[in-house]
Design a protein around this ligand. Structure first.
Ligand SMILES: NCc1[nH]cc(CCC(=O)O)c1CC(=O)O
Length: 320
């Protein structure tokens, strides 16, 4: 809703006479919070009902967290990335203060639980695999629900730490509530999901709707997220595999880092690519960079890791 309110406010500014009605749609992903997402339908659990409403004409625009959108887009629906991209990083939240240094976690009190076998909450294979890399002794426990629910479960003592997207915590204004017990993961420790922190507005491929959205579009964020999402799609990864990517445009260079990591965190394939980015560059150039990045990962054995995980993910917890 916060994301949607931001989009409607921007639309009103651009098109003062536009009539806007917000239609709230509860998706399967919102309703079923006691099961891992892979067991309630895999890719698109936050999206299917909404795309249905777009197709039926019950709504004209749909606001999504881009990372919740499957990388295979239906042909007749477009996604425009709008607004400034939020912080792409993940955040570690605990009940007690701690410090991250040299890729390790250090509780600030010497008797803190985190040093023994910390219980870490997440349903994301991507986060699970990366946590195992730097906290091999951690117990990874399933955690679902909206951001507020997840924080309450942490605060009730069900977990010693949980991992959340900075974007969600920033948008919901939770940073103050978490002062002293949250730390931003450096990208070297925890690479985010493709599209994390970006807002996508989806619409039917109709000129009138695209014209409404055009002034809101963020070309650079569209290009960067295209690289990340193409990387994931080209790996054949779907939404629910330990695949991470972060791209950015700085000083006329589009650069991206990608990661495919085995579930135990022991084998990781880290890849990097970049491309000069000029005013003539196109989304097709960004997609080509994503393909190149995926090809590099595949050459280095990413397909073996992905093939291993596809059967397992039906049984284990999973999420973006
Ligand atoms: N998994 C659900 C989800 N989808 C988007 C965000 C965060 C906002 C964003 O990445 O734009 C979250 C919560 C989280 O991962 O902590």
């Amino acid at each position: 809703m916060i994301q949607t309110q931001w989009v409607t406010q921007q639309l009103r500014q651009q098109w003062p006479s536009l009539e806007i009605e917000i239609v709230q749609i509860h998706t399967t992903g919102d309703r079923v919070t006691n099961l891992p997402l892979s067991q309630i339908g895999g890719d698109g659990v936050f999206v299917t009902e909404i795309e249905h409403a777009l197709h039926e004409g019950r709504i004209d625009l749909a606001v999504h967290s881009l990372k919740d959108l499957p990388t295979q887009q239906p042909d007749d629906l477009c996604v425009l990335v709008v607004g400034e991209r939020e912080d792409v990083r993940d955040i570690f939240v605990t009940n007690q203060p701690f410090t991250i240094a040299d890729g390790r976690l250090f509780p600030n009190q010497p008797d803190a639980k985190l040093s023994v076998s910390p219980r870490i909450g997440t349903c994301s294979l991507r986060r699970t695999a990366q946590i195992r890399e730097f906290l091999p002794q951690a117990q990874i426990l399933s955690l679902r629900g909206n951001v507020d629910t997840r924080l309450r479960k942490l605060e009730a003592g069900e977990y010693d730490g949980i991992v959340l997207a900075a974007a969600g915590l920033h948008r919901l204004d939770f940073v103050e509530r978490l002062a002293g017990r949250m730390t931003y993961f450096p990208l070297e420790m925890m690479l985010p999901a493709p599209g994390q922190g970006a807002l996508g507005v989806e619409c039917r491929n109709e000129p009138e709707l695209l014209r409404l959205l055009a002034p809101l579009q963020n070309q650079e964020a569209q290009a960067a997220t295209s690289v990340e999402r193409t990387f994931m799609r080209h790996l054949g990864a779907g939404c629910y595999l330990p695949v991470a990517a972060a791209a950015q445009i700085r000083e006329n260079v589009l650069s991206v880092q990608g990661l495919v990591i085995s579930l135990d965190g022991e084998r990781k394939i880290r890849v990097q690519q970049s491309l000069p980015w000029t005013s003539n560059s196109t989304i097709a150039d960004a997609e080509a960079l994503g393909v190149r990045l995926a090809e590099e990962a595949l050459t280095r054995g990413a397909d073996r890791i992905i093939q291993e995980i596809i059967p397992i993910r039906e049984q284990v917890q999973s999420h973006v």
